[in-house]
Design a binder for this molecule. Structure first.
Ligand code: GH3
Ligand code: MG
Ligand code: MG
Ligand code: MG
Length: 317
């Protein structure tokens, strides 16, 4: 499950938890050349509310991944005419790790080594036919549970606890890849660092909890401003946020950042019986070539320093 850049990390967390409670959305791909064997699996899975896609050959199975991007569990037979279950497993594994795709081998062969060789080929599990339905159900449930736990871990690792925005780790993991995609298409991209002005004073005057309220309000507003765009927003830490602007040169990003600055200056945060407001300073750097991503962040940081030095509440690029 890849977190979409436009999605709010907190929403993903909620979705992951929701999916933990119900397996209704899990899609299972059933691969078996024998129609009756396939149908038996399908009936069992559908009785359990899984969405099922079927394939009668390895080639059909691989094609199913083109059609459905939500397959998370594959149950595959061993003996099939075009490619056997091991080969299919290896090919699927080549594209999807076991943290995103669970593959369960199944066979009526009495070769006792088949289970081990399936696991070696990359399968997550194996079932010998004939099986009792409960065994299939338990093994599927365990594999769904593993996937759900991994999703929750990924969502938690990607999101900032206070604001629910993507965190620094997520930003550093994903921004360089997005930048390289832009550069490959010869599109410009820019990166900005936004920092709240005199935030320490706000903390000192009103207390840390009010400071947190303001941080959350700024984060919520930023999220609303960038939701559904191709920009990647994150909280780097403290009162600092980073924004990657895809397909935007420094001029466009600077103009947009100035609108953001003005918008945030108009934000009112109710705290006790006061209405608080803050200003922000922003440094913007254009990403011009395949230098390390850190260099561009440093450049944005330098511009931020200049915006502060020049009196704050401004954008510098
Ligand atoms: P400048 O205009 O130069 O940016 O000044 P500043 O006071 O905003 O910057 P400085 O780096 O001196 O202080 C940042 C403050 O942010 C210090 C720290 O206590 C506070 N801070 C960092 N993280 C959090 C947080 O999660 N919650 C709260 N309430 N405060 C935080
Ligand atoms: Mg077969
Ligand atoms: Mg600050
Ligand atoms: Mg700061």
């Amino acid at each position: 499950y890849v977190l979409k850049d436009s999605e709010f990390a907190l929403d993903n967390l909620v979705a992951a938890v929701r999916r933990a409670i119900t397996n209704r959305t899990t899609r299972v791909l059933v691969v078996d050349d024998l129609p009756s064997a396939r149908q038996m699996l399908i009936d069992l899975l559908q009785a359990q509310q899984f969405r099922v896609t079927e394939a009668s050959t390895g080639v059909e199975a691989l094609a199913a991944f083109e059609e459905f991007d939500d397959i998370e569990i594959v149950i595959t037979d061993y003996n099939m005419p075009d490619m056997n279950g091991h080969e299919l497993t290896r090919r699927i594994r080549h594209r999807y790790g076991s943290d995103r795709m669970r593959i369960i081998g199944i066979s009526s062969s009495n070769d006792r080594l088949l289970s081990a060789s399936f696991l070696k080929a990359g399968a997550s599990d194996f079932i010998y036919r004939p099986f009792v339905p409960e065994e299939l159900q338990c093994r599927i449930a365990l594999n769904v549970e593993t996937l759900t736990q991994l999703k929750q871990l990924r969502a938690a690792a990607a999101s900032d606890y206070l604001t629910g925005l993507y965190n620094r780790r997520y930003f550093y993991d994903h921004a360089p890849r997005l930048v390289n995609e832009c550069l490959r298409r010869q599109c410009p991209s820019s990166v900005a660092i936004l920092d709240i002005d005199h935030f320490k004073k706000l903390n000192d005057t009103y207390g840390h909890e009010i400071g947190d309220l303001v941080l959350k309000a700024v984060a919520r507003r930023l999220h609303a401003l960038f939701e559904g765009t191709t920009s990647l927003l994150s909280r780097l830490g403290g009162e600092e946020f980073a924004i990657l602007f895809n397909e935007m040169d420094s001029r466009a990003a600077t103009m947009l950042c100035d609108e953001v600055r003005i918008d945030l200056a108009g934000l009112k945060v109710s705290a006790d019986d006061e209405e608080l407001s803050v200003t922000v300073s922003i440094g913007v750097a254009e990403i011009a070539g395949y230098e390390s991503f850190d260099n561009y962040l440093n450049a944005a940081d330098q511009f931020l320093y200049m915006a502060k030095h020049n009196g704050r509440n401004q954008v510098y690029s």
